[in-house]
Design a protein around this ligand. Structure first.
Ligand SMILES: Cc1ncc(COP(=O)(O)O)c(C=O)c1O
Length: 472
C-alpha cells in the first residue's frame, strides 16, 4: 500500500478496442483485458447498443420472487453453450444460478454441493478437495478452497477446512529430478503422471477415513492466479475420472478460462512448438468441453458480460436442482441471493457478448490472435531472465527467473514481476504480474501488430529492469 501511495496512479478515462486512455491522454494496450474480463474490446458498438437499448427499458429489478427477460434468455443461451460437446449429448446442464462475481459463483457452487451431499445422504460433513496453488476468489468460502499462502494464510482461522492436492506445474515439477542442462533447461521431461497418482492417493486416503470427498474444485486446462500454469494434455480427464469414480461432485471454476479464453490448446515451447496454424479453432466456449469433462457445477464470471459489468453464473444439473425442490413447509429452497442477482443490464451485455462469440468474426479474430501470440512469444526465449513461456489458447504466462539454466526464482520481495510491469506501463502496455509471472491475455479484438507490440515492450521492460544485474 505504501508503494501505491508513493506513486502517481494511472487514471483511466476511456477505452476503445484493446486501447485504454488515461486522463492525461496517454494510450495503453490493455494486455490483461482489464484483469481477464474484457473479451471483445472496450466500447464495443454491439455491446454498447444492446446495453443502451436495455437501459431505455430498465436497468435493474430484483430477481427475488420475480423474473426478467434478458436474464432468462441468457440462462438458456449459457446452458446451450455449455452443453455442446463433440458427442452432442446436450442435456447435462439444466439450471443457472446468478450471482455477482467469480467469488460468489464459487460460493454458490460450494453451498449447493455441500447441501446436495447432505440431503442425498452421501455425507453428514461434506469435505472438499482443491488444487495446490488454487485461487477461487476472495470471499470466505472461495478462500477456504484456495491454497495461496500469501493471500489466504492470514484468514485460516475463519475458514472451513478443505484439503489440497498436487497440481501439475511441469516447469517446477518436484518429480523432475534430473539436473537441468543447458540444452534442455527449458523443456519439460517425460513423466509417469506422478501428479495424477497423488490425486488418486489423496482420494483413496480420504475414502479410508469413511468420509469420501464431496467435491473436487479445479480450474480446467490452466490455473490462472497460480501463475498461468497449464495442465499437461490428458491430466484433466484423468483426475476428474478419479474424482467421479470416488463419488465426488466436480466443481469447475471457469471464471478465467471460460468464454473462449483457452482457444486451441497450444503450449509454446522452444524445442517443441505445437503449431496452432491451420487447425480449426474450437467452437466450444469452455475449457472443460475439449477433454469432454462434464462438471456438476460450472462457475462463470469475468467474461460473462464481455467485461462490462460484474455478473456471475453457476450452472448445474437437474439432479442438483431437484434436491432443493419442495413444498413451502419443507423449506428446501436454496437460501442464497444477492440484491443484483439477474441484473438486466449485465444480462443484456452477456447476450450481446455471446452473439459476438458465436459469430464468425470472433472465431477468426481469436484464431489470428492466438497464432500472433504464439509467434510473438518466441521472441522471449532468448532472454536469460525468461525461464518459461506458457500459452494455452489466448492466455500466456511468462515466468521470470534469475537464471534460465538453473530456473532460480526471484524472491517475492524483489518484486521482479511488478518492476517489469511498471517498465511496461511506461512504454504504453498495461498488465499485472502474478509474482514473477507476467500475464498476457488481451481482448480478442487485439490485432497481430498490437500483440507483437505487447511482447516487444515486455522484452524491453525485462532488459531495462534487469540491466544492472550481472547477466547470468
Ligand atoms: C479462477 C478464478 N476464480 C475466481 C476468481 C474470483 O473472481 P472475482 O474477482 O470476480 O470475484 C478469479 C479472479 O481472478 C479467478 O481467476
Amino acid at each position: 500500500m505504501r508503494d501505491w501511495l508513493r506513486s502517481e496512479p494511472i487514471v483511466i478515462a476511456s477505452g476503445k478496442g484493446a486501447v485504454l486512455r488515461d486522463t492525461k491522454g496517454k494510450e495503453y494496450l490493455d494486455a490483461n483485458a482489464s484483469i481477464w474480463t474484457n473479451l471483445h474490446g472496450h466500447a464495443h458498438p454491439r455491446i454498447n447498443t444492446a446495453m443502451q437499448k436495455q437501459l431505455n427499458k430498465i436497468a435493474h429489478s430484483s430477481a427475488l420472487g420475480l423474473a426478467n427477460e434478458p436474464a432468462s434468455y441468457l440462462a438458456e443461451r449459457l446452458v446451450n453453450a455449455a452443453n455442446t460437446s463433440k458427442r452432442g449429448k446436450g442435456k447435462h446442464f439444466a439450471k443457472v444460478f446468478y450471482s455477482d462475481d467469480g467469488s460468489t459463483a464459487l460460493e454458490v457452487a460450494l453451498k449447493l454441493a455441500y447441501e446436495y451431499t447432505r440431503r442425498t445422504g452421501r455425507s453428514k460433513k461434506p469435505k472438499f478437495l482443491s488444487l495446490q496453488g488454487a485461487y477461487h476468489g476472495d470471499t470466505v468460502g472461495a478462500v477456504s478452497v484456495g491454497h495461496i499462502d500469501l493471500f489466504h494464510k492470514a484468514y485460516s482461522g475463519m475458514l472451513f477446512q478443505a484439503d489440497k492436492v498436487m497440481a501439475p506445474y511441469c516447469y517446477r515439477c518436484p518429480f523432475n529430478k534430473a539436473k537441468p542442462e543447458r540444452a534442455d533447461a527449458r523443456s519439460y521431461r517425460k513423466c509417469n503422471w506422478e501428479c495424477v497418482g497423488k490425486v488418486e492417493q489423496t482420494f483413496a486416503k480420504q475414502k479410508k477415513k469413511g468420509n469420501p470427498y464431496a467435491g473436487f474444485v479445479f480450474e480446467p486446462l490452466m490455473q490462472g492466479a497460480a501463475g498461468m500454469v497449464p495442465q499437461p494434455s490428458g491430466w484433466l480427464k484423468k483426475v476428474t475420472d478419479i474424482a467421479k469414480g470416488q463419488g465426488a461432485l466436480l466443481i469447475a471454476d471457469e471464471v478465467m478460462t471460460g468464454f473462449g479464453r483457452t482457444g486451441i490448446s497450444c503450449r509454446v515451447h522452444r524445442d517443441a512448438i505445437i503449431k496452432a496454424q491451420n487447425r480449426p479453432v474450437s467452437k466450444t466456449l469452455f475449457a472443460c468441453q475439449r477433454p469432454e469433462v462434464e462438471p456438476d457445477f460450472l462457475c462463470l464470471a469475468k467474461g460473462l458480460t464481455g467485461g462490462y459489468l460484474p455478473m456471475a453464473a453457476t450452472l448445474t444439473t437437474q439432479s442438483v436442482f431437484d434436491t432443493f425442490l419442495g413444498e413451502y413447509h419443507e423449506y428446501k429452497t436454496f437460501f442464497h441471493g444477492h440484491s443484483y442477482t439477474g441484473n438486466q443490464l449485465g444480462a443484456a451485455a452477456g447476450l450481446a457478448s455471446l452473439d459476438l462469440l458465436e459469430g464468425k468474426q470472433s472465431l477468426h479474430q481469436r484464431a489470428v490472435l492466438q497464432q500472433a501470440m504464439h509467434e510473438s512469444l518466441k521472441e522471449l526465449w532468448s532472454s536469460p531472465y525468461v525461464g518459461d513461456v506458457r500459452q494455452v489458447g489466448l492466455v500466456a504466462g511468462i515466468e521470470l527467473v534469475k537464471d534460465w539454466r538453473t530456473r532460480k526464482p526471484f524472491d517475492l520481495s524483489e518484486q521482479a514481476g511488478m518492476r517489469v510491469c511498471k517498465a511496461m506501463a511506461k512504454r504504453g502496455v498495461l498488465t499485472r504480474p502474478i509474482g514473477s509471472v507476467i500475464a498476457l491475455m488481451p481482448p480478442y479484438c487485439t490485432t497481430a501488430k498490437q500483440m507483437k507490440q505487447m511482447v516487444m515492450v515486455l522484452r524491453e521492460a525485462i532488459e531495462e529492469t534487469f540491466s544492472n544485474s550481472k547477466a547470468p
